[in-house]
Write a protein that binds this ligand. Structure first.
Ligand code: MN
Ligand code: MN
Length: 290
């Protein structure tokens, strides 16, 4: 294939794979600035930078069965894209493989969560890293807008839900979170309690053995991740986000990295997102080996 970089160390065929990476180059509802459709390509390119060996977990990714399935062809319509995405992820989850979705925008997380929930049943919690509540019922006349994804996860899949990194929302969203006891942690909470204590609380609160983990990159401070659709200052530290991923990956049945808009920086946001994805795989693979 020409003009299509491969995800480094994704050497497995689909059938044998335990981890299935795929891109969804869709940013049709992005509210401030679009461009996350270019992220899957940027992340595959960035992956060439890294050693396959992860010393922290003593895992060599070339020995892990990772498959890069390429990109899902999006529609112009968000509803049609989300419908196709569900049917793309469903067989991956059914086989017990771990889907790893590279957005694209955050609206894409909902069908991935639904597909994973179908096979995880009630024993599922959802953890979203995000600067934004995403708790609106609809935005700009669109129900499945990227600004509404967490609301639909809670309404349509499970309210066994925690968000980390929250520092932005409408007055109604802050009220909704309080009235409905939505569990969330601001970056100030993380700084005060320490990420390890926050994670202990999260795991105790969710009280489940399976997690779907979604990384909206704007959870990070724009100093670490400036190339975003909706950057929000005073965010999480990259090392704290790495700790979240290292800690929760072993329980995870699905993972995504969304909202990187690579044309707004010199490559560091895609680099960090790709590195965090590789930490996810290494942490999960290490735990699976025991
Ligand atoms: Mn979001
Ligand atoms: Mn966000």
């Amino acid at each position: 294939m020409f003009n299509q970089p491969n995800m480094m160390d994704a050497l497995s065929d689909y059938r044998a794979a335990e981890y299935v990476i795929f891109g969804v180059p869709f940013d049709g509802t992005s509210s401030f600035r679009a461009g996350s459709r270019f992220a899957p390509h940027a992340m595959r390119k960035a992956s060439a930078n890294f050693e396959s060996y992860n010393a922290f977990f003593d895992i060599d990714l070339v020995e892990v069965r990772i498959h890069d399935a390429g990109d899902l062809e999006p529609y112009a319509s968000v509803d049609a894209t989300l419908r196709d995405l569900f049917y793309a992820v469903e067989p991956i989850a059914k086989k017990g493989k771990i889907p790893i979705m590279l957005g694209g925008e955050h609206s894409l997380t909902l069908p991935c969560v639904k597909a994973c929930a179908k096979y995880a049943g009630d024993d599922l919690g959802v953890v979203v890293l995000d600067a934004h509540f995403d708790l609106r019922d609809e935005y700009s006349g669109l129900k499945y807008n990227h600004a509404c994804v967490s609301r639909h996860i809670i309404d349509e899949v499970t309210d066994n839900y925690v968000s980390i990194g929250i520092r932005s929302g409408s007055g109604e969203e802050w009220d909704f979170a309080k009235e409905n006891n939505v569990r969330y942690y601001t970056p100030d909470d993380v700084a005060t309690k320490g990420i390890k204590n926050v994670l202990d609380e999260v795991v105790e609160y969710l009280d489940c053995s399976k997690i779907y983990l979604s990384l909206d990159m704007d959870a990070l401070d724009p100093m670490f991740a400036p190339a975003l659709g909706t950057p929000e200052p005073f965010g999480l530290d990259a090392v704290d986000v790495r700790d979240v991923i290292r800690t929760l990956a072993p329980m995870s049945v699905g993972f995504d990295v969304v909202e990187i808009a690579p044309e707004y920086d010199g490559g560091q946001t895609a680099m960090l997102g790709t590195k965090l994805m590789r930490e996810f795989i290494a942490a999960h693979a290490r735990a699976a080996l025991g």
